[in-house]
Write a protein that binds this ligand. Structure first.
Ligand SMILES: NC(=O)C1=CN([C@@H]2O[C@H](COP(=O)(O)OP(=O)(O)OC[C@H]3O[C@@H](n4cnc5c(N)ncnc54)[C@H](O)[C@@H]3O)[C@@H](O)[C@H]2O)C=CC1
Ligand SMILES: O=C(O)[C@H]1O[C@H](OP(=O)(O)OP(=O)(O)OC[C@H]2O[C@@H](n3ccc(=O)[nH]c3=O)[C@H](O)[C@@H]2O)[C@H](O)[C@@H](O)[C@@H]1O
Length: 428
């Protein structure tokens, strides 16, 4: 099949490269010329394990990138993977996706054959029927050959390629048998090599499945953090407790790591978007509000623990980890951001280190000091907070001896306790 993928960010690039790997001919379309040039050179515009290999193999062959929508009508199906950020009140901002949907429709206005437009972006349940489908059809002058469907994406950053190629489930949100079959043709090469559940439903339910998935995972972590904070008050180790709890099949051992909380480009915006959408319908989602509140409190709790051991006014504090999780340079909604802001409010001088995310964080906080290594960050520090669970932090040992005052507050339970440091786990 020939597939056009609109938007070449984290999801679009991964999806385009994986579709090419699965044997499809792919045209990746983005308005950013630098992204298009990078893709055509066979390089990855984002840092994802395995992505560059796929792009190097397929760019210029099965995968081409362009800023033009001309290839849309020539393709058999079009996937839209455009960002859906938050408005200031937390509700979903559909403007970029709506513009791309309309441009996709315009490109398809004269197409005489049936064409499926698939929303890959995460959108609130009513968005397709009320905003995106009308935008496509408006652009397409109501061309009756166009159908809009939904295929939510569940990949994680840092393991995007592997997650895409090995999904637990593939959700087809469509309005017709024809659209379901078309989506199945797209995923058939993947499903031939990997066994996944297929869910056939309508677009609004497909959208809600995505929000329920993310809201569940974010709430699971916040619940674990709530329980972890209680464990800490009792002097207990939340990890020992949750290791046992996770043995219950109904709970599962995954996503039980307590600490400084969840960040990233999706959990925060998606939980807030579904809260806002629910409120608009007159429902007060009390548990999801608590999910956000508990998450917002964790960086402050970490610094309160640090302040028990060190006066932060004028103190030099090392922040280890800036990315929202390991294996990525993405700092969107990283817990490092509220941590650094609060350290500054408390009068501390911040020295930060991350293996790959210093450059993006420098744009956000140009005024703080960035170290070239964890060892450099620790040297002469009055205290350290650990924000991201990079493996290289787990290997730190004698480097702590260079600290002026060896207080380490571990927000991810990754540092080995050792003589010579005052160790505080956030929930252990
Ligand atoms: N990042 C992630 O791990 C996941 C994201 N999602 C969802 O996927 C969607 C996309 O997210 P990301 O890939 O992270 O976004 P992103 O912000 O990384 O990428 C969006 C891309 O769209 C391009 N773009 C914007 N307007 C355009 C237009 N009119 N025509 C063509 N290209 C245009 C931008 O230049 C950018 O390259 C969001 O709804 C997100 O919630 C879903 C699962 C995982
Ligand atoms: O919609 C999305 O964009 C994606 O959001 C998350 O993926 P992602 O944000 O990339 O990364 P996760 O591995 O889920 O981690 C999110 C945050 O939770 C934190 N986390 C995760 C697990 C855990 O046990 N504890 C914990 O604090 C991580 O440190 C990170 O800050 C979901 O896991 C994906 O299924 C989903 O597709």
């Amino acid at each position: 099949m020939h597939i056009s993928v609109i938007g070449s960010g984290y999801v679009g690039t991964t999806v385009a490269a994986c579709f090419a790997e699965l044997g499809h001919e792919v045209t990746a379309i983005d308005i950013d010329e630098d992204v298009v040039t990078t893709l055509n050179e066979g390089k990855a515009p984002i840092n994802e394990p395995g992505l560059e290999d796929l792009l190097a193999n397929h760019a210029g062959d099965r995968l081409e990138a362009t800023t033009s929508y001309d290839a849309v009508p020539e393709s058999d199906a079009t996937f839209l993977a455009i960002g859906t950020p938050s408005n200031t009140d937390g509700s979903i901002d559909l403007s970029a996706l709506e513009a791309a949907a309309e441009a996709t429709g315009e490109a398809l206005a004269e197409k005489p054959e049936r064409h499926l437009v698939v929303i890959k972006s995460t959108v609130t349940p009513m968005s397709i029927g009320e905003v995106l489908e009308p935008a496509v059809l408006r652009g397409a002058n109501d061309n009756e050959n166009i159908e809009v469907g939904m295929n939510p994406e569940f990949l994680r950053e840092g393991s995007a390629v592997s997650d895409f190629m090995h999904p637990d489930k593939v959700v087809y949100g469509t309005r017709s048998e024809w659209a379901t079959e078309r989506l199945h043709e797209v995923f058939e090469p993947l499903l031939e090599q990997h066994d996944a559940d297929i869910i056939e439903t309508d677009p609004a339910t497909a959208s809600m499945i995505k929000y329920a998935n993310n809201a569940f995972l974010a709430s699971k972590i916040s619940l674990v953090n709530d329980l972890g904070n209680i464990c800490k008050e009792f002097g207990l180790d939340a990890y020992e407790v949750m290791d046992a709890v996770g043995l219950d099949d109904r709970i599962s051992e995954q996503f039980l790591r307590s600490g400084v909380g969840w960040g990233g480009s999706c959990f925060p915006k998606d939980v807030n978007a579904i809260i806002a959408a629910a409120r608009e319908e007159g429902y007060d989602p009390a548990l999801l509000e608590a999910t956000v509140e508990i998450n917002d409190r964790q960086p402050e709790r970490m610094l309160d623990l640090l302040e028990k051991h060190a006066d932060l006014e004028g103190a030099r504090i090392a922040v280890l980890g800036l990315a929202f999780k390991p294996q990525t340079d993405d700092i969107r909604n990283s817990r490092a951001i509220p941590t650094i802001e609060s350290l500054q409010e408390r009068g501390a001088e911040v020295v930060a280190y991350d293996p790959v995310a210093i450059d993006p964080m420098r744009e956000r906080f140009p005024e703080i000091e960035y170290a070239g290594s964890a060892a450099d960050a620790l040297a002469d520090a009055d205290g350290t907070v650990v924000v991201t669970d990079w493996d290289e932090f787990a290997a730190l040992d004698e480097e702590f001896d260079a600290m002026k005052n060896g207080v380490v507050v571990d927000g991810r339970r990754i540092i080995q306790r050792r003589d010579g440091i005052i160790y505080e786990g956030l929930t252990f």
